[in-house]
Design a protein around this ligand. Sequence first.
Ligand code: E4P
Length: 213
Amino acid sequence: MKFFIDTANIEDIREANSLGILAGVTTNPSLVAKEGVSFHERLKEITDEVEGSVSAEVISEDSEGMIREGKELAAIAPNITVKVPMTMEGLKAVKAFSDLNIKTNVTLVFSSNQALLAARAGASYVSPFLGRLDDIGHNGVDLISEISAIFDAHQIDTEIIAASVRHPVHVTEAALAGAHIATVPFKVFDQLVKHPLTDQGIEKFLNDWNKQQ
Ligand code: E4P
């Protein structure tokens, strides 16, 4: 499983990229709004920093609008992936982008049927939202397992992005369930790196070393 970072914050993106583990970035309208910056300028900064896929979401609700917006976004850099919501109009736009060789990430996926439809429309990625399913008493990780089994059974090469990842257990479970990618907020990367026994171990090694000096 590869890692994307789920943010529009350029400092967090640079910090995660310096760890050498970053395969891409996902943004969404809420994350961009939080930054209070120009969307296109921020996307340019991100695509200059990161070589992998950078998902940029359209806000139109009709396919014509999505296609117009997506073409403008895709013109910013070759590694832009157009993020499209899982709706009838979204599927029409995905088909059009696929014909234009523009990569797409179908977002707000909450069922395996939605994932299958998105894949058949030509999506490069589908994004099932783990945390938001857990929030309403469903099991987000079970959805990843189901999508993974369906894609394997039908030789579908659309990649599964585990999204709405809230904590380290989600990351482990998404990897075991067959997600190709987890898109993770910076806070979760920090949690993934740290372990109390690592910190204790470093402290003990340094104390022992210093006693001999
Ligand atoms: C995915 O691409 C979305 O940006 C994101 O993971 C949503 O996460 P949230 O449910 O924590 O807002």
